[in-house]
Design a protein around this ligand. Sequence first.
Ligand code: AMP
Ligand code: MG
Length: 426
Amino acid sequence: MNSDGMISVEEARERILDVIARLPVEAKPLAQALGQVLAEDVTSPLTIPPLDNTGMDGYAVRAVDTDGASDASPRTLRIIGEVAAGYIFDGEVAPGTAVRIMTGAPIPRGADSVVPFEETDEPEGRVFGRFAKGRDAVGILKAARPGANVRRAGEDVQRGSMVMRAGTELRAAQIGVLASLGMSSVRVYRRPVIAILSTGDELLEIGQPPEEGKIYDSNAYSIAALVSEAGGIPLSLGIARDTIEDLTEKVHRGVEADMLITTAGVSRGDYDVVKDVLLKEGEVGFWTVRMRPGKPLAFGSFPAPDGRRVPHLGLPGNPVSSMVAFELFGRPAVYKMMGKAHWERPVLRVTVEERVRNEDGRRFLARAIVREREGRYFASLTGPQGSGILTSMALANALVVCPEDIASLEPGDEADAIMLGPVAGS
Ligand code: AMP
Ligand code: MG
């Protein structure tokens, strides 16, 4: 904290993450666990692939039988049968013989390599079941190395080996690997339920007719969407009017969740009934964070009837401020509850294309579009940067960071861009 009473973004985040705890473990059907974090080490009960098998359609042969084969002098082998994936050929490839074989099928006993159809006199012979219509021999046009086109048992996973560590985030490939082990359910950290409460007499619920002097509650929707994107489960508490009774009742509902997020009513100077209620019902600190947008922030906790203390994050009311503050403080908190170790977004070094002014010594997070041109990244602003101008956020794929101690970024200067989405084309 400085003499002006402001704390840095990092300090605010540290204080928040210090009191946020990982949630308990749950068993989840594998198909529903995408994005969650594994809570157990996984060792394999299986060898994958279970048997040596072919990576190509063709003929399973003894490599020595193909020595010297060429277009001009094919080696002719007698066909003794065929085998498809999922079946075992019950016989042996003796010298001078071959088995027609389809990708994934186990290599028959006696064979040590596979000659693809393209290297035989049956180049178009891909369809299973067509052989034997008059054919009982195949001409091999190219010598095979021993082991050619054979996928070895266990080349993917060895039985008993450690396949995935606790703490791994389950993305598509991890889900696939766990399915390949035959796991129908996994133990993962639970997703947090995040209660979201908008406050303010000026707010209308969408669906209500417009009214003079009123605005639609957009924060509830943008923050719920951000919670979902982060992997949490939003629980909407609707709008609380600026009255003690309404706020108190809604805050009490909020403690059913794993965290309560409120928006608005946390600015330092203003009289706000929100603050009174938060202070009466829980332990809440009101902070000013050295950033723009999103300076006012509240953080604390409320007691739940079951003895838990439910963390409370009070975001500023301005629509851009609440989104940016969620990005810096809410998303890391959700990640921590889910057991994720890292919350950092990708950061690109960009060249700014226009002036970014930073008047008041706070960290300015400018809404920007980052584009790629000839291997370099360029950032331009999305227009006026007022913290109530939500369309500036909708156009942005990045937040360009103008540090606290820099009065302005000039065209051509380099800066960090926190990427919120994919880089745009030129
Ligand atoms: P406050 O933090 O209550 O001073 O609000 C700051 C600004 O954010 C005011 O212009 C409010 O009207 C606006 N605001 C507060 N809550 C919302 C909301 N849920 N949706 C859209 N704008 C809001
Ligand atoms: Mg207000």
